[in-house]
Design a protein around this ligand. Structure first.
Ligand code: PHE
Length: 344
């Protein structure tokens, strides 16, 4: 019986040494120490032993049980330690890894320029006005002294939706809408940014949709010198304090007199370069004194009130300011282009 016990111990210890999961250990505990286990089985035969043999075998049995239990404990501790080590290795965090930066959008260059122009004019006491992009023929042309069949309507090939409705060809109709809204009150002092539409073939400098900013001032005693001073102030805030402006006679049906306004070249400062085609000047807007008939039609007495207006192309100003060579970049939504403005 002693041999049986010792053989059992040997077998149990050998199997335990192989066990590599808690489940395997539990199974072995049941197999050897359980109620129907191998050790219990052997001990059941103890009743048949003589009185001398019994204590001797009893002691061997106790030793075998103790040896198996020690081994079980040892293996349990070892498996727990291995499990902890495995988890620690799996959950290691490299605190030196750089964080993942969130993708933050950037303001579109056209919106940037619009905001900048708005800030400059708000600083001079202007407010911002808006009008619809789908416009009545009346506001877009008629009330701006461009009656039907006026030859100047050819200057702006338009997208007509019906006989009476078109996509506005400029932001000037907002002048008329603002004067109507003000019902003869002064001062009127607004700028109006917005999209405009013309039947142009798209190329590097033309787009059938583009952006303008309109300006309108009406009060008593408004003179051409007010227009000039305002535009000089604007040009210097926009392009730098050494910027000069130049006014050239021009024609618009809704202003009289009218002037095309140039700024000294933002690239060469006026010396002459490729950008200004060696003239030293860049045309940036159209302007003039509001035509008496336009004032009259909108309910302002031209004998008492006068005003000036101007309109500029936002794309052109953005192109000059940031050195952009193709107007189509603004509408392509190419992230490589747009991302360049993230930090400006
Ligand atoms: N509306 C004109 C254009 O689109 C610009 C302009 C505005 C000229 C106001 C004079 C006064 O060309």
């Amino acid at each position: 019986m002693k041999e049986k016990l010792l053989a059992l111990q040997e077998a149990a210890l050998a199997e335990l040494a192989q066990a590599d999961t808690q489940q395997a250990l539990n199974d072995l505990r049941v197999k050897y120490m359980g109620k129907k286990g191998a050790l219990t089985e052997v001990l059941r035969g103890m009743g048949a032993l003589s009185a001398e043999e019994r204590p001797v075998i009893g002691q061997v049995a106790n030793e075998v049980r103790a040896a198996i239990e020690r081994m079980l404990e040892q293996k349990t501790a070892e498996l727990e330690r291995l499990e902890t080590e495995r988890r620690l290795a799996a959950e290691t965090i490299d605190v030196t890894l750089p964080g993942r930066s969130p993708a933050i959008g950037a303001v579109h260059p056209l919106s940037k320029v619009i905001r900048e122009v708005e800030d400059i004019f708000i600083g001079m006491g202007y407010t911002i006005a808006e009008g619809p992009e789908l416009e009545h023929d009346y506001y877009n042309f008629e009330a701006l002294n461009l009656p039907k069949n006026h030859p100047a309507r050819d200057m702006q090939d338009s997208f007509y939706i019906t006989e009476e409705l078109l996509m506005r060809t400029h932001t000037s109709p907002v002048q008329v809408r603002t004067m109507e809204r003000m019902k003869g009150a002064v001062p009127v002092k607004i700028i109006c940014p917005g999209r405009v539409y013309r039947r142009d073939d798209d190329d590097a400098t033309h787009s059938h949709v583009f952006t303008q900013i309109e300006g309108l001032v009406i009060d008593e005693h408004i003179r051409m010198s007010d227009l000039k001073g305002t535009l000089l102030q604007f040009a210097q805030e926009m392009f730098g304090k050494d910027t000069k402006i130049r006014m050239r006679p021009s024609f618009f049906p809704f202003t009289e007199p009218s002037a095309e306004v140039d700024v000294s070249c933002v690239m060469c400062g006026g010396v002459g370069c490729r950008v200004c085609k060696h003239t030293g000047w860049l045309e940036i807007l159209g302007s003039g004194m509001v035509h008496p008939r336009v004032l009259e039609m909108a309910g302002y007495d031209p004998a008492k009130y006068s005003g000036f207006a101007f309109g500029m192309g936002v794309e052109r100003i953005a192109m000059l300011k940031y050195g952009i060579d193709d107007i189509r970049h603004f509408y392509m939504n190419d992230l490589r282009f747009l991302k360049q403005f993230a930090r400006i």
